[in-house]
Ligand binder design. Structure first.
Ligand code: LLP
Length: 428
């Protein structure tokens, strides 16, 4: 057992409508989380629907209709519908994300089509349905759009994605604004200016704006100001009506982390835009800051292995297949017991999953209540972004369900996979 003094779970990591219910149990929007685990099984993603709606509304209040939800963070039809109902546009980065949004009934003109390697067939479908904006990422894509124009005569409204040469302070894999990047047209090399000339001269596209995304999980507002300044310098002389600065607003995952709110982010962006003399409408594409803190993942503790003098391994019934972020980026998470959400957590354990891999880690040094036992429901907060969406079937583990909690009601919006689902594409 660890001898550090116990600490409680920082409450701000929980969804907006989290509360302490009967016997000290965590409730989300009136739903008892221990009951949720019983009803839907574990692992399960439990979302606070009100939290999702509140963040969407905050973004729309701050940015108007130019607030676009980045669906890669978390997408299912219920989420697509929710974001559209709250007035957001939706950013899709593949034909698959496009398909889910369309099948949710999102009006195509509200969709923004992204991607650094959109295929001809993806582009063709986007044109056929009439997506609102296409963000062009490369000269090859421009050539594809010209070829398609020859087929159908359409002239989609496009933005050009540029790389402003700003290095955001975040993990290398999720920093995208610096020059050495697979995304977009580089400003410093002159490629961005050349792309503007080509797009303007092309009858195949209607150039309406410039786009940049500097990275994800960015905590420092100054990183965004620096990007806006470079963007202004590049975009102002073009006189285009739209300027989209991407997503990337960070969220706190663990004790001690802090991030600006969406409203504060808007303030920083607006003042940087004013300073840079930008008159174009500023658009954003938040993903994580809309969904991350809206959910907790509920697991069941299956084994506790004490290695005297080394550490204690606590295995849960999920792992890197429902949250690959610790393995991919070394991301930290907190953990707690929903049966006793405000309990001191004075035992340190390593929380691991059930995959056949030593690296299958969820929380490296998790603080949990000392009385944790096999059979307990254990939760990790802030798992609403890039968990479900980056999940996998590794080891043929079944993907967890997604539950939306609202006013004491738990609505299953994505069911748990079944063994038969594993055979759906397997032709035998
Ligand atoms: N717009 C563009 C063009 C993007 O590439 C992204 C994220 C976003 C918006 C949304 O960014 P957000 O607001 O969520 O930071 N899997 C990584 C994050 C990858 C982000 C990729 N692009 C993670 O789990 O941290």
């Amino acid at each position: 057992m660890d001898r550090r003094s116990g600490t409680r779970l920082p409450w701000h990591l929980l969804p907006d409508n989290a509360a302490v219910g009967d016997g000290g149990r965590l409730t989300i929007a009136g739903c008892d989380t221990v009951e949720l685990a019983r009803e839907f099984g574990t692992p399960v993603f439990a979302y606070d629907e009100g939290h999702l709606r509140a963040r969407c509304r905050e973004a729309v209040t701050a940015f108007g209709p130019a607030a676009t939800y980045a669906t890669k963070a978390f997408l299912c039809r219920a989420m697509a519908r929710l974001a559209a109902e709250e007035g957001m546009g939706l950013d899709v980065a593949s034909g698959g994300e496009l398909h889910v949004c369309l099948s949710a009934g999102v009006p195509p003109e509200r969709l923004v089509f992204h991607g650094n390697n959109k295929s001809l067939s993806e582009l063709r479908r986007a044109r056929e349905v009439g997506v609102g904006r296409t963000v062009v990422d490369s000269f090859d894509e421009l050539a594809r759009l010209e070829a398609l124009h020859g087929e159908d005569g359409r002239t989609p409204a496009v933005l050009l994605r540029i790389t402003p040469g700003v290095k955001a302070e975040t993990h290398e894999y999720i920093a995208t604004g610096h020059d050495d990047s697979k995304f977009g047209f580089t400003v410093s090399s002159g490629a961005a200016a050349e792309a503007v000339e080509k797009a303007k001269a092309s009858p195949a596209v209607e150039l309406v704006g410039i786009h940049a995304h500097i990275g994800s999980q960015v905590f420092r507002a100054e990183s965004f100001s620096a990007a806006v300044e470079v963007l202004g310098r590049f975009a102002n002389p073009l006189g285009l009506p739209e300027l989209v600065v991407g997503g990337g607003l960070g969220v706190p995952y663990v004790e001690g982390e802090e991030a600006p709110t969406i409203t504060q982010w808007a303030r920083v962006l607006r003042s940087a835009a004013a300073e840079a003399g930008i008159t174009a409408e500023i658009g954003v594409e938040p993903g994580r800051s809309i969904t991350a803190a809206a959910a907790v993942t509920l697991y069941t503790v299956g084994t506790i292995k004490d290695l005297p003098g080394i550490r204690t391994y606590l295995s849960v019934d999920g792992g890197m297949s429902d949250n690959p972020r610790p393995v991919l980026y070394g991301s930290g998470y907190e953990a707690f017991l929903p049966r006793s959400v405000t309990a001191d957590r004075n035992r340190t354990v390593r929380i691991v999953g059930k995959h056949c891999e030593s690296g299958d880690l969820l929380v490296r040094d998790a603080r949990v209540p000392a009385d944790v036992m096999v059979g307990d429901v254990l939760a990790t907060p802030v798992t609403g972004a890039y968990g479900h969406s980056m999940g996998s079937n590794y080891n043929k583990i079944l993907r967890p369900p997604v539950v939306f909690c609202r006013d004491g009601d738990a609505r299953l919006v994505v069911r748990r996979e079944t063994d038969d689902d594993l055979l759906l594409t397997d032709l035998g």
